[in-house]
Design a protein around this ligand. Structure first.
Ligand code: GLN
Length: 201
């Protein structure tokens, strides 16, 4: 059972992706929805809005705790931002889940290229992945325990880190859920299977 954080953002696309993979899923809006999860996806959307809604709903600490306890997590775009230990170019009151030792910069690609598509080589995935970036963050620093899985291959942002993994925690700047390529979700489900974790309240 995979949860999809559903306080704001692109929930539906992740639901369709998990449907295609034949994986049971549940929208997570309240603390009770965390019970029994084997993994959770944090979708794209607006990270500062998500942060605010999580705080208002009393979900910030329980979610942070669930991940700290071992719940596998995959964040796309705004979800990646929420997972970072340090966020640049955000609001001063924006909260983080402190789950991946990295510094991310919001809306890092700038105005000219704020949305674009690219084929990416992702470590751990055999074939290149079509990647859609929408006002995406990039990663400016990773800590020692964090593996860099993908970098932008060319153009003005060449070399920017856009996919990372720290143990059972995965994050991408881009949105595989808006393509028909299931490889990154399968990579996450591999982390979930490997972890063998079930969250209990
Ligand atoms: N720019 C958004 C933010 O800062 C993220 C965009 C996205 O999730 N597609 O939260």
């Amino acid at each position: 059972m995979i949860g999809i954080l559903s306080v704001q953002g692109g929930v539906r696309e992740h639901e369709l992706m998990l449907d295609r993979l034949g994986v049971a899923h549940r929208q997570v809006r309240r603390i009770a929805h965390l019970d029994g999860l084997q993994g959770i996806i944090l979708p794209g959307g607006e990270s500062t809005t998500m942060s605010k809604l999580l705080e208002l709903g009393g979900m910030l600490d329980p979610l942070r705790q669930a991940i700290a306890d071992g719940l596998p997590v995959y964040g796309t775009c705004a979800g990646m931002i929420l997972l970072a230990t340090e966020i640049l170019d955000t609001r001063s009151d924006a909260q983080s889940l402190n789950a991946i030792d990295m510094t991310v910069r919001r809306n890092a690609f700038g105005r000219q290229v704020d949305s674009f598509e690219s084929e990416l080589k992702v470590n751990g995935i055999a074939n290149p992945v079509p990647a859609v970036f929408i006002r995406a963050p990039w990663v400016e620093r990773v800590g020692q325990g964090v593996d860099v899985l993908a970098r932008v291959p060319g153009g003005p942002a060449q070399g920017a880190i856009v996919a990372v993994r720290q143990g059972r925690r995965l994050a991408t700047s881009f949105h595989p859920e808006v393509t028909d390529n299931t490889a990154v979700h399968e990579l996450f489900l591999g982390c979930v299977a490997e972890a063998g974790y079930v969250h209990r309240l």
